[in-house]
Design a binder for this molecule. Structure first.
Ligand SMILES: *Cc1c(COP(=O)(O)O)cnc(C)c1O
Length: 398
């Protein structure tokens, strides 16, 4: 017998649960791309994306996933040979740096491991050591989805300023936008990169690059930028098709419009508070389970944890056994461990993640936690009793 039939919950850190309102908005006949409501709707989407990123500046939209947005951001401001300082706190930081290297950039890497956030003092020292000011950009991952680590972007801006260094601050906020507080302008982020399928609750397929005037000046100084990646006309089109350098991603625009309505109707502060409270419920459950047995949260300090994804470990192969059990028996799909061990290493089966980003509420989190607790029992994994009760007590305000 399986208890998985019913509404399933994809509790992986992207793609995330798509709200019914978004699905309904996308379920329609193809709209005209030359006139009609799609034109004004796209303008409104641009306006509201800026509100969600807390910026007054420009945004370019790409028909792409996060990797496409990464490449778009790099391609607009960095020519082959330019040096970048890459900061890694997990697999995604390395991934962006590897892409930069493939594009011919000269990558200087500071690897902070997979259990601690970026140390702004070390970044400041590296910037001060760059006497000739060869570093053109600092690449940072706000939340690394593999490790669950959240880094302090304002502290990075302060490090750049303290060193008096002109490099651009480029932030991957793919896993944080619409989940964790992100304030592009107040935090002095020059370029913010994100995508549709995480906190923005829309199927994969749209990538976004936010850029300020400093970044626009860096773009203007480039000798050549590939025509598809060039953000200039996308951000300030003369005619509609230039938003997308071709056919508009029609249904995604309808979906994103509905998702932005959900976010702005709830209020960004409330969205951030909801994610934080749900994250705390997950952490208290995991801590309670960890009181007996070996289940552990990857990130020790709550202040360094993402509010949208939690990385955990169990002795291998119990992580994979647990994931398999909850998927097959409870209809909850948990995230695989990413970047903590190589896939061919037996240790790989000791890691898993809970995605709690976007369209997630208390009953979904309690359901996922209850399924995990059932799985811990079913797979004979030693654990402290009362994880779900502890989460429920926290959500109940006690
Ligand atoms: C998901 C994610 C990416 C990659 O996005 P894709 O859409 O899979 O290309 C990059 N960085 C972070 C932090 C992410 O969470």
């Amino acid at each position: 017998m399986s208890l998985a039939n019913g509404r399933t919950y994809l509790a992986i850190p992207g793609p995330t649960a798509v709200p019914d309102a978004v699905l309904r908005a996308m379920h329609r006949a193809a709209p005209n791309i030359y006139e009609g409501e799609l034109i004004g709707m796209t303008e409104s989407v641009v306006t509201d994306l800026r509100r969600v990123a807390r910026t007054e500046h420009d945004v370019a939209i790409y028909i792409a996933n996060g990797h496409g947005a990464w490449e778009a951001a790099l391609s607009n401001v960095l020519a082959p040979g330019a040096r970048v300082l890459s900061l890694a706190t997990g697999r995604f930081g390395h991934g962006w740096a590897e892409m930069a290297g493939t594009l011919g950039l000269d990558v200087e890497m500071i690897d902070f491991g997979v259990r601690a956030p970026v140390d702004a003092d070390r970044v400041e020292a590296a910037l001060r050591a760059d006497k000739d000011r060869r570093i053109r950009a600092v690449l940072a991952t706000h939340v690394d989805t593999s490790s669950g680590i959240r880094s302090d972007l304002p502290a990075l801006r302060a490090a750049l300023d303290a060193a008096g260094h002109p490099a651009l601050l480029m932030a991957d906020c793919i896993a944080s936008l619409g989940c964790d507080r992100f304030e592009m302008d107040a935090w002095g982020v020059d370029i913010g990169v994100t995508a549709s399928q995480k906190g923005l609750m829309t199927p994969p397929g749209l990538g976004f690059v936010f850029f300020n005037d400093r970044a626009a000046a860096a773009r203007a100084a480039m000798e050549r930028v590939g025509p598809y990646w060039d953000w200039t006309r996308r951000a300030r089109p003369d005619v509609f098709y230039q938003y997308f350098a071709g056919t508009a991603p029609t249904h995604h625009i309808y979906g994103l419009r509905a998702a932005l309505d959900l976010i702005l109707d709830e209020g960004l502060e409330a969205v951030w508070a909801r994610h934080e409270t749900l994250a705390r419920a997950i952490w208290v459950a995991a801590q309670t389970w960890g009181e007996a047995g070996a289940l552990r949260l990857n990130v020790a300090q709550p202040a360094h944890r993402s509010h949208a994804v939690t990385a955990l470990s169990l002795p291998a192969p119990k992580g994979t056994e647990l994931r398999d059990w909850v998927q097959e028996n409870a209809g909850v799909t948990l995230g695989i461990g990413l970047g903590m061990a190589e896939p061919d290493d037996p240790a790989w089966h000791g890691f898993f993640r809970i995605g709690h980003m976007g369209h997630v509420n208390a009953h979904m989190v309690l359901g996922a936690l209850g399924a995990i607790e059932a799985g811990l029992a079913a797979r004979d994994i030693p654990h402290g009793a009362g994880g779900v009760s502890a989460a429920a007590a926290l959500l109940g305000g006690r």
